[in-house]
Write a new protein. Structure first.
Length: 152
C-alpha cells in the first residue's frame, strides 16, 4: 500500500518558452553586488577568450569590433575607469578609421558618449550611457543563467 505522501503527488510536465522562464528567474533575483561581480567576471572571460582565439587563429579575421568595444567599456566602467578613444580603437584589432566608424555608431545609438579629458585636451574618453549598462547586464545575466540551467 503506497504511503499517503505518494498518493498526494501529481506528475506534470510543463513546457514553456525558454525566454519566458529566463525572464521569470531573472526578475525574481535581486540585483546584488555579487551579481554585478558575476557579470563583470563573465565579460572579462569573454574578452580574454576572444583575444586568445585571435592568437590561436592569427590568419582568421574575426569580426565584431562593436561588441569588443561594448565589453571593454563595460569592464572599465565596472572598475571605475574610463577608456580613451585610442586605446578602445586599438583593442578591436582593426584599422583605427574602421574602429572609429563603429564607435560613431555606438554614439549614434545612445549607448556611449565621448568626454574630453579636462587635463590633456588631446585625449577623449568613451563613457557608457545607462542603455549600454542595462542592455549589457541583461545579456550577461542571460549568459550566466545559461551556465546554470543549461544552453537552449
Amino acid at each position: 500500500m503506497p504511503l499517503a505522501d505518494e498518493q498526494d503527488r501529481i506528475s506534470v510536465r510543463v513546457e514553456l518558452p525558454r525566454t519566458f522562464v529566463e525572464a521569470v528567474i531573472l526578475s525574481a533575483r535581486r540585483d546584488t553586488g555579487d551579481r554585478a561581480d558575476q557579470r563583470n567576471r563573465l565579460a572579462r572571460i569573454i574578452l580574454k577568450n576572444r583575444q586568445r582565439r585571435q592568437e590561436m587563429f592569427p590568419a582568421v579575421a574575426f569580426g565584431e569590433p562593436a561588441w569588443d568595444m561594448i565589453l571593454q567599456i563595460y569592464v572599465a566602467d565596472h572598475a571605475g575607469q574610463a577608456v580613451d578613444v585610442s586605446s578602445l580603437c586599438a583593442s578591436t584589432g582593426i584599422p583605427k578609421t574602421s574602429a572609429l566608424r563603429h564607435l560613431d555608431r555606438l554614439v549614434e545609438c545612445g549607448l556611449v558618449r565621448r568626454q574630453p579629458d579636462t587635463v590633456d585636451t588631446r585625449r577623449v574618453y568613451v563613457l557608457p550611457n545607462d542603455a549600454l549598462r542595462e542592455q549589457t547586464e541583461r545579456w550577461l545575466d542571460t549568459m550566466n543563467l545559461a551556465v546554470e540551467i543549461g544552453p537552449p
